[in-house]
Design a protein around this ligand. Structure first.
Ligand code: PMP
Length: 424
């Protein structure tokens, strides 16, 4: 991986695939704020509409969404019928419904015992938005993993941050490279954005020694660690690694973003932040300016589902199923692609990162995507997962949303697409 420090800003984005959504089509027509030019959309999210518009059968390795068959929809429907009252449909407290805050404090191991640390959000995305809103001024340096979840880095860019990409290897963000690259910029980062467990998109986990180093660096720089961990509960192999909260209890520089999207259902749009209690009023003010409160019926459904005791069994079921799917994907990749690719080996979560080898690496993954879509299989091309559009030789596969049979079908289609692309 390249070690040149590369700082991405909104101004340098065009014609990057994640570039702003306003553009020339609206310029001059409407009195848009200049800020709208810096809004960075999501290639990942846009793939949902792109796929929905296709009429042929597609194996979906693109979106990071739990499969419909693992979402406890029956139980949600029953709970909704039993517990929702007229009062459930009015405005709730901005910080969240008390029953859900209690649930978070009592059931999620790395969450603090202090309910004042918890603010319920509309999914993990709102937690990320609040973090950048509170801590990042235009022109501030924000460190991100490379590759990264570009909805997160895109939000930082939308707030005017300069984004520095730091390579990821099998142990997560390379902290030696981080120090060197930061030193080369001559600047001090304001925030380090990391996805420590089963990272989106690489599937790798940040080792304990690197977590400790990251905490030290954050203290040296006075930088926030934005600890975005939607997948940590979904470990299906290997030993757990202590979280930032465990390694540095009550650390004001750690801002943790969590969500029920991957462990229950993304359509609920319920998540939480766990942060220094002195930030509570600011978080509430920031959230009031966005959505007043998170979806009230959804918060009660989640709290009641967990109170009824089904969650542990549900989670155990998810871990077993995702392990089975990940192993199925490994087997299909080995059978159909063999040493034409190198893949990461996640111990949990949703994603594998695939890097093309040899002559196959000359096929740009964005072109491979077009052919693969026509052949009936979808993934996220590498450049969509890097603010500066790196990784044309790589792509992200989600193993969580498809059954082993569909995974096998998808890999057969993918190798067909690769052969077609090679022949062009
Ligand atoms: N962070 C990461 C790393 C994610 O993968 C996702 C979802 N894809 C989110 C945040 C956003 O979560 P939510 O859907 O709850 O907003």
């Amino acid at each position: 991986m390249t070690m040149t420090p590369h700082v991405t800003t909104v101004r340098s984005l065009d014609p990057c695939p994640t570039a702003g959504v306003s553009g020339p089509a609206t310029q001059g027509l409407l009195p848009l704020a200049s800020r709208s030019d810096g809004l960075v959309g999501s290639v990942i999210d846009s793939s949902t509409s792109l796929l929905a518009a296709q009429t042929h059968d597609i194996v979906r390795f693109a979106m990071g969404a739990p499969a419909a068959e693992v979402i406890p929809t029956e139980e949600f429907r029953r709970i909704a019928g039993e517990i929702l009252t007229d009062a459930s449909f009015t405005y709730g407290a901005t910080e969240g419904e008390p029953d859900l805050i209690d649930t978070v404090v009592n059931h999620f191991s790395d969450s603090a015992s202090d309910p004042e640390r918890i603010v319920i959000t509309s999914g993990g995305m709102q937690g990320l938005d609040l973090a950048f809103k509170l801590f990042v001024d235009p022109g501030d340096l924000v460190v991100v993993e490379s590759p990264t979840y570009t909805n997160g880095s895109g939000t930082a860019l939308s707030y005017g941050a300069d984004v520095l990409e730091v390579p990821v290897d099998d142990d997560g963000m390379d902290v030696d490279a981080l120090e060197t690259l930061v030193a080369d910029t001559g600047r001090t980062p304001r925030m380090i954005y990391t996805i420590p467990n089963f990272q989106n998109p690489s599937g790798t986990t940040l080792s304990e020694s690197r977590r400790r180093r990251l905490l030290d660096l954050a203290h040296t720089w006075g930088a926030m660690i934005l600890d975005d961990d939607p997948y940590g509960e979904l470990r299906f192999s290997g030993d757990p690694v202590p979280g930032f909260r465990e390694l540095s209890p009550d650390d004001p520089l750690v801002f943790s973003v969590r969500t029920f999207s991957k462990i229950l259902a993304p359509g609920l749009r319920v998540g939480w932040v766990d942060a220094d209690p002195r930030l509570r009023e600011l978080l509430i003010a920031g959230k009031q300016a966005m959505d007043t409160c998170a979806n009230v019926p959804a918060q009660h459904i989640v709290a009641e589902y967990i109170a009824r005791g089904g969650y542990d069994e549900h989670l155990a079921g998810l871990r077993t199923e995702y392990k089975r799917r990940k192993e199925a994907m490994d087997a299909s990749i080995a059978a159909h692609l063999g040493d034409r690719v190198r893949t990461t080996d996640p111990d949990g979560g949703f994603f594998l990162w695939v890097t093309l080898q040899g002559d196959d690496a000359r096929v740009p993954s964005s072109r491979l995507f077009e052919i693969a879509l026509a052949e009936g299989v979808a993934f996220i091309p590498g450049p969509a997962l890097s603010p500066s559009g790196r990784f044309q030789d790589a792509f992200r596969l989600c193993f969580a949303s498809s059954t082993p049979e569909r995974i096998e079908e998808g890999l057969q289609r993918l190798v067909r697409a690769l052969d077609i692309a090679r022949g062009e």
